[in-house]
Design a protein around this ligand. Structure first.
Ligand SMILES: *[C@@H]1O[C@H](CO)[C@@H](O)[C@H](O)[C@H]1NC(C)=O
Ligand SMILES: *[C@@H]1O[C@H](CO)[C@@H](O)[C@H](O)[C@H]1NC(C)=O
Length: 337
């Protein structure tokens, strides 16, 4: 099946499946990072966060039970109290001020306020059989993909499949680039974050939040490549799609005269190579493992769902108290490129 046909199908049926694909509204936008900068209020740069409302300045893995402490989730599946976050996209105007770029819902999920689309899969996205076995993440599991300090292509190659798509219309899924698109994208910029899929089987986290996971030793997750002996446990492929709605910023006359593109991550990166995402696992009981074991593609009858209106209602209080939405002279945290 062609990717466009898959998108159309997925969009039409707003599916739930064990290739899980589901929308999550924004839980909050704040300068907090309980994985990399626990206890820091504010953290160095601004994030957009989805998932369970136990999200907080600190989420000590020893004491913070995401499932037990959450009263709601901004995700479609109500057993998912995980938190997922990425940096935030800004537009830099010719006069040097910055404006936050809004996020938009994908087809079939209209009405969702901001947020992302989340996938968990046992095989390549195109594989409707989803036959392979995976071990779902364990309580307390966390990871980070990408590196906030990266600024060039060679560095970015450390991470596979952290990409951008310049959307011409809703169905555009190629080409994928490692850098920000260089031309205006009529239907927005999609940021894709695919996490590593092999685990050491022991550590729920590691000092840099990356070393306990790895990519397949050869090939790719999509090609069924084997996990390395150091990280033998095959995980689901977790993929986040964020659509940055650039509509208001696509007028070439507002773009820099030197021909460069005007978008910048909230971390102060205008290349795009520092793209990164964070994950704190928080599915109830063994609900994720059960869903992965079901090997279905267009339904997940074992999971409970809620409406988009209910997803939108799940938010957390503003704990930082700063303006990130006006035209700003500097990025939140006084960051500059
Ligand atoms: C965040 O943590 C603080 C300190 O433990 C707590 O008082 C507060 O209720 C928590 N906030 C939320 C939204 O859970
Ligand atoms: C800078 O440019 C933006 C976009 O044109 C505009 O909305 C904003 O008011 C300007 N700010 C200043 C301080 O001139």
């Amino acid at each position: 099946m062609k990717w466009n046909a898959i998108v159309a199908t997925l969009g039409l049926f707003a599916p739930t499946s064990a290739l899980l694909r589901f929308g999550c509204a924004r839980l909050t936008v704040q300068r907090l990072d309980p994985l990399v900068n626990p206890g820091s209020n504010p953290s160095p740069h601004l994030h957009q966060i989805i998932g369970g409302d136990s999200f907080n300045v600190s989420m000590d893995p020893k004491t913070h039970d995401l499932v037990g402490l959450s009263s709601c989730t901004s995700c479609q599946f109500t057993e998912d109290f995980s938190n997922y976050w990425t940096a935030v996209l800004y537009f830099r105007a010719k006069n040097g001020t910055y404006k936050r770029v809004p996020q938009r819902a994908q087809a079939g999920m209209e009405g969702t306020q901001g947020g992302m689309v989340v996938y968990y899969m046992t095989d390549a996205l195109f594989d409707t059989a989803q036959k392979s076995s995976v071990t779902a993440f364990k309580p307390g599991f966390r990871m980070l993909v990408g590196d906030v300090n990266y600024r060039d292509r060679e560095q970015a190659r450390d991470f596979r499949q952290l990409t951008f798509i310049c959307m011409q219309d809703e169905s555009t899924r190629e080409p994928e680039t490692l850098n920000f698109p260089t031309k205006p994208c009529p239907a927005g910029i999609m940021a894709n974050h695919r996490f590593p899929t092999c685990w050491d089987g022991v550590n729920l986290d590691s000092p840099n939040h990356r070393d306990h996971v790895a990519y397949p030793e050869s090939g790719t997750f999509e090609s069924g490549g084997p996990c390395p002996s150091t990280h033998p446990v095959r995980l689901p492929q977790l993929l986040l799609e964020t659509v940055w709605d650039t509509k208001a910023f696509n007028n070439k006359a507002d773009w820099p005269e030197d021909g460069s593109q005007p978008f910048v991550w909230s971390s102060g990166d205008k290349t795009g190579y520092s793209t990164h995402a964070d994950y704190l696992f928080g599915w109830k009981d063994d609900s994720l493992q059960k869903a992965m074991d079901a090997h279905t593609y267009v339904s997940a009858p074992m999971l409970k769902t809620q409406s988009i209106a209910e997803q939108n209602k799940c938010t957390v209080p503003d704990m930082v108290g700063e303006d990130f939405d006006s035209w700003l002279p500097k990025l939140p945290g006084n960051l500059e490129e």
